[in-house]
Design a protein around this ligand. Structure first.
Ligand code: BES
Ligand code: ZN
Length: 425
């Protein structure tokens, strides 16, 4: 893959023209949406815009979002976050729409294994059925291939097997075929793991830490032990909300800027991805009253962490001509930690971007970037994409993802505006 390394000037001075005007034009039907799938229009009357300032608000927006707690799709925090974003875009002079979509989400509502009156945490594999069998514990040798199950009698029993060598699904299918009422998979490390079953099996499958699992295996080998496996799982229907913002009357943007505003459970999602969400808002504020503002749409995507649901729904609901009318989709994800900002994507876009060097550098390259994010469904629909990220960092998806560097947010905003100007010149 050819890689071009270009330096982007971030010292570009942006002239922001005064005060945002009033926009009271209603957005009744957008050509984005197919007739079967119309959005819920949140409020056709945008709030009175407040004066636009060239001072960055990205850090303040980020802190507001982070203070709400983990922004998990389908939870009340997302209602709060979506209201905040709508209000912020309206104050900057944009109209907003809420695009809703639904998907089914697997939930472990507390799964465990009870042995001799002691209950141990045993997370269900994603996709496991919900069931509560009681039976003898039987250790299955090796990796749990069909031949391994043939060496033991697991009919009506709860089978225990080591992780590794073959897929979880294969172990589980072999266990079910041998008549086991449940399967416990013991981790190869001392802690536990979060696994994906990856197919349908009619018995419950849970994970156990290597520490607890191996000690249990030892006990089972010297005595007969009864256990209850409680896989407490459910499929929940989640309603996601994408927040779409654009200047009134702009029905066919040339560029679509996106960032997901949901986070994983237990993480405040500062870098992943309040950072991209705040940069998007900041770009919106800075270009609101410039000609650029009339050529773009901003979309804060929901449901990214559960599998890019928001961006997939957007692409699905879009009219084909809306997508072909886009010159590009620019996605911002994890842009507040790490010095090096990279924009990776379609040659159709990267080849248009070149500028003089400066001390604040960004790297533009053609090809796929690491990390999966909301640009992917657009790329799959043949929309040229650019993925802006500063890459992996130690606090990724952890409770410690609680702060970012203001300078890096502001630098990303300036690079984004600079790139947009080059793409639209
Ligand atoms: N923000 C990440 C993507 C990412 C990871 C960007 C590392 C830059 C560096 C995103 O929210 C995420 O977690 N994506 C998942 C896949 C997604 C389909 C759930 C991933 O990359 O594993
Ligand atoms: Zn993530």
């Amino acid at each position: 893959m050819p890689k071009r390394l270009l330096l982007i000037s971030t010292s570009l001075v942006l002239v922001i023209a005064g005060i945002a005007g009033c926009n009271r034009q209603s957005l009744l039907k957008s050509p984005l949406l197919t007739s079967q799938n119309e959005p819920q229009i949140a409020d056709a009357n945008p709030a009175e815009p407040s004066p636009v300032s060239s001072a960055s608000n990205a850090q303040a927006d980020l802190q507001k979002l982070v203070a709400m707690g983990p922004r998990v799709a389908g939870t009340p925090v997302m209602e709060q976050a979506s209201s905040y974003l709508q209000q912020a875009y309206r104050s900057a002079g944009y109209v907003t729409e809420v695009q809703t979509f639904t998907y089914s989400k697997f939930e472990d509502q507390g799964s465990s294994l009870t042995v001799n009156d002691a209950t141990i945490e045993a997370p269900a594999l994603r996709g496991s059925v919900s069931a509560r069998p009681t039976g003898r514990l039987v250790v299955v040798p090796n990796a749990g291939r069909a031949a391994d199950f043939a060496e033991v009698e697991v009919n009506g029993a709860i089978a225990i097997v080591q992780r590794g060598e073959i897929r979880f699904l294969e172990k589980a299918q072999n266990a079910a075929a041998a008549g086991a009422s449940g399967l416990v998979i013991v981790n190869s490390e001392s802690d536990t793991f979060a696994g994906l079953l990856g197919g349908e099996v009619n018995i419950p499958v849970v994970a156990l830490s290597g520490k607890q699992g191996n000690s249990l295996i030892e006990q089972v080998q010297s005595q007969s032990i009864q256990a209850t496996l409680n896989a407490n799982t459910a499929e929940r229907t989640v309603t996601g909300r994408n927040i779409i913002a654009h200047r009134a009357g702009v029905t066919q943007p040339e560029l679509l800027l996106g960032a997901h505003y949901d986070s994983v459970a237990d993480s405040p999602g500062a870098n992943d991805n309040a950072s991209g969400t705040a940069v998007l808002l900041d770009v919106a504020r800075q270009i609101a009253q410039t000609p650029l503002g009339e050529r773009v749409w901003f979309v804060a995507f929901d449901g990214e962490e559960d599998g890019l649901h928001g961006s997939r729904a957007f692409v699905q609901q879009a009219q084909p001509q809306f997508l072909t009318g886009l010159e590009g989709m620019l996605n911002f994800d994890m842009v507040g930690v790490n010095q090096n900002l990279r924009a990776t994507g379609s040659a159709a876009l990267t080849e248009q971007i070149q500028l003089a060097s400066s001390s604040d550098a960004a790297e533009i390259a053609t090809g796929a970037a690491g990390g999966d994010s909301d640009h992917a469904p657009f790329a799959a629909a043949n929309v040229p994409v650019l993925f802006f990220t500063r890459g992996m960092e130690p606090n990724y998806h952890s409770p410690a993802d609680s702060q970012v560097d203001t300078t890096l947010l502001n630098e990303t905003t300036q690079v984004a505006i600079n790139v947009m100007q080059q793409l639209l010149q």
